[in-house]
Every structure is written in C-alpha cells, then in structure tokens.
Design a protein around this ligand. Structure first.
Ligand SMILES: Nc1ncnc2c1ncn2[C@@H]1O[C@H](COP(=O)(O)OP(=O)(O)OP(=O)(O)O)[C@@H](O)[C@H]1O
Length: 254
C-alpha cells in the first residue's frame, strides 16, 4: 500500500517580532506513522506543532491536515485531531469520569467515559481527582482526552517527561497501540531512546529549520558508515535495564 500524506507543511515561517522561531520548515507526515520532532530547547518544535493544531497563527507558509488547509478549514481540522489539554483545564472538583463527560460534551461527541479510561488502564481511577494521580497516570489521562473525538491524528508534546522507566515503557506501549489502531501520531521528545523505539521517522529541528529527516535506523546506519565510533565501548545493558530488571515491568501506580 502506498503511504498517504496526512499532514503537509510547506515553507512554514513563524516570527515573534524580529525573532524568527520557525524559519521555512517543510515536511510530510504519512497516515499511520509515528512521526517525531526532535531538537534542542527553543528549536521551534512546539511552535510548529501548535500552528499545525490551529492553536497559533503562522507568519507564512502552507499547512494541510487531512486534506484541509489551516487557513480555510481550521474547524474541520480541529474535529479531526486530538490535542493534549494543559493541566489547568482539568477542573479540580471533577473526577476523571466527570472530566471526560465534560470534555466529550465540549467536542459534541458521545463517548462512554469508562471505555476511554479502559484504553489507558485507568478504570479504577474513575472517581479520582486529576491532582491525586501519579505522573504516569496524569499522562495517560491526558492521552485519553486526545482520543475523545476519535481523531485521525494526535499530537503529543513531550508525553513522557518526568516519568519513571516503567511508566515510560507503558506509555510507549499505549502510544504504539493507538498507532496500530489506525491513528497517526506526531510526537516531540528529548529522549532519543524513546524516538528510536517509537518513531517510524524523525525530523531534527534546530534554529527553526529541519536539519535532517529520516528513519531512526537510516540515521544511525549513516553515522556508523561515516566512521563514527562511540568513545567508550557500550556494555550489553545500562542502568535503566538494571532498574527495570530489579523493579519489574508491570504498571506500578494502579
Ligand atoms: N509567544 C512567544 N513570544 C516570543 N517568543 C516565543 C513565543 N513562544 C515561543 N517563543 C520563542 O520561540 C522559540 C521556539 O520555541 P518553541 O517553544 O517552539 O521551542 P521548542 O523546540 O518546542 O523548545 P522546547 O524543547 O524547549 O520545548 C524559542 O526561542 C522561544 O523562546
């Protein structure tokens, strides 16, 4: 099957006054892939995502999402994408079940909150408040909210930052499950092991430009072929493997 483009970004520019945060970025995301935007702090990743999500205005360039232009059809795009809400949007007096009822109402969709919680292994937390969840549970709940409108694409901005090794790995499984069920995923991360593990393709962004775009395997093979060698011989395992081996793989936080 030929991969179909689902997001095309063409020569995207975003200026904040005199400062150019995004400086002529172009890339295509294909249906059904996990696409990673990688790069140092301040590279322009979040700005690029927020423009694609129709949450931020661009200065110039073209963006098409699932056949719709961000200029002409922002509302159609909003209906087809899932975006993580800022934690501030989680009303403190409502429990997870009630929050999902509220958000699905805002989207104008009918969902069974327990089905959504089951997708992210939080059914036993239905009556809990968001603030009382662990870091991993908060991230999983936030991912559940992106799935409410049965989106074609979800956007995850640093979804595993601050999580312990088990919680990260469990979140990777969840993200892969979502991809395997047919949803395209665009993700930013500062963890290269995560990008290598999850992403079908990655774009490196630096200074508002894309400086490389390929599969993780290709990037690594090319670097090795160029004669690159690690300074220190790497051991067969690392401290994270020790952590997982000692503490187990199961979900720790309920
Ligand atoms: N509203 C704003 N006004 C002015 N400058 C901004 C604004 N938002 C972002 N910037 C600047 O634009 C640049 C790109 O920011 P952006 O958040 O897109 O980077 P990022 O790649 O997502 O970084 P990080 O990895 O730290 O999240 C940064 O230099 C940032 O300070």
């Amino acid at each position: 099957m030929i991969a179909q483009p689902i997001i095309t970004v063409n020569n995207l520019v975003k200026k904040y006054g005199d400062f150019t945060a995004v400086n002529g970025i172009s890339f295509t995301v294909y249906e059904g892939e996990i696409f990673g935007l990688l790069g140092p702090n301040g590279a322009g990743k979040t700005t690029t995502l927020e423009i694609i999500e129709t949450l931020r205005n661009k200065t110039s360039g073209e963006v098409m999402v699932d056949g719709f232009s961000i200029d002409a059809d922002a509302n159609s795009i909003k209906q087809r994408i899932g975006v993580q809400l800022q934690a501030a949007g989680y009303y403190p007096n409502l429990n997870l079940y009630e929050l999902l009822v509220l958000f699905s109402g805002l989207y104008g969709v009918k969902v069974n909150p327990m089905d959504m919680l089951e997708k992210v292994a939080l059914t036993d937390k239905a009556k809990a408040k968001y603030k009382d969840l662990s870091g991993g549970q908060k991230q999983r709940f936030s991912i559940a909210t992106t799935l409410l409108n049965n989106p074609r694409i979800i956007f995850l901005d640093e979804p595993t930052t601050g999580l312990d090794p088990q919680a990260r790995r469990n979140l990777w499984d969840l993200i892969r499950q979502i991809r395997d069920s047919g949803t395209t995923i665009v993700i930013t991360t500062h963890y290269m092991d995560e990008a290598e593990e999850l992403c079908n393709r990655v774009a490196f962004v630096d200074g508002g430009r894309i400086i490389g775009l390929d599969t993780p395997d290709h990037f690594i093979d090319q670097l090795v072929a160029s004669g690159f060698e690690r300074k220190k011989q790497v051991k067969q395992a690392n401290l994270e493997d020790v952590f997982i081996n000692l503490t187990g793989k199961e979900w720790r936080e309920g």
